[in-house]
Design a protein around this ligand. Structure first.
Ligand code: NI
Length: 179
């Protein structure tokens, strides 16, 4: 469909609690998904949430079926469309990891996330999704779903000594690896 502009931190539309999807399998959802996927792929992102393109709905896409050039060492996460998600930590255990965000370009920060979560929700057709995952997969889901409650990863940073510009933190990283 179309590559859309990605809203950047400071835009109040990123701070809303998104509305649940009420009807699945509609042309509205199909159009939204096509835009999310096109936009995520154009930006080489690991995930994208509807609020990041200004759409106030609980829809995220994440994962990749191929190695992402930006995260060549990241384990594969199955490409997933997730609507109306509910996340439940399986254990209290947290894990620190570096994150970036297409809405916070050029920066990285260390964010604590639950190591193991169960997530439930629906795909674009309303079919139920129920997975228990850990590590990078769990991190991506928590990051994307945070966008649906108005949270950007810098709001989760605890140690601001580990938050900064990618080019300064990781001088070897290629220009253009922007989130
Ligand atoms: Ni993000």
């Amino acid at each position: 469909m179309a590559v859309r502009d990605i809203l950047k931190m400071g835009d109040t539309r990123l701070l809303r609690v998104a509305q649940p999807v009420q009807a699945f399998g509609t042309s509205q959802i199909t159009d939204l998904l096509n835009d999310l996927i096109d936009t995520m792929e154009a930006a080489n992102g690991a995930g994208l949430a509807a609020p990041q393109i200004g759409v106030d709905l609980q829809v995220v896409v994440f994962g990749s079926d191929a190695i992402n050039p930006r995260y060549p060492d990241a384990p594969l996460v199955p490409f997933t469309v997730l609507c109306n998600p509910v996340i439940t930590p399986v254990r209290d255990e947290e894990e620190d990891g570096w994150e970036g965000c297409l809405s916070v370009p050029g920066m990285r920060g260390v964010v604590p996330r639950y190591k193991c979560i169960r997530y439930q929700g629906f795909d674009e057709q309303g079919r139920s999704i129920d997975r228990t995952v850990e590590g990078f997969h769990a991190r991506v889901v928590q990051h994307e779903c945070d966008h649906l409650i108005g949270k950007l990863y810098p709001m989760r940073v605890r140690d601001f000594a580990k938050f900064g510009f990618t080019e300064v933190l990781f001088p070897g990283m290629e220009v253009g690896e922007d989130d």
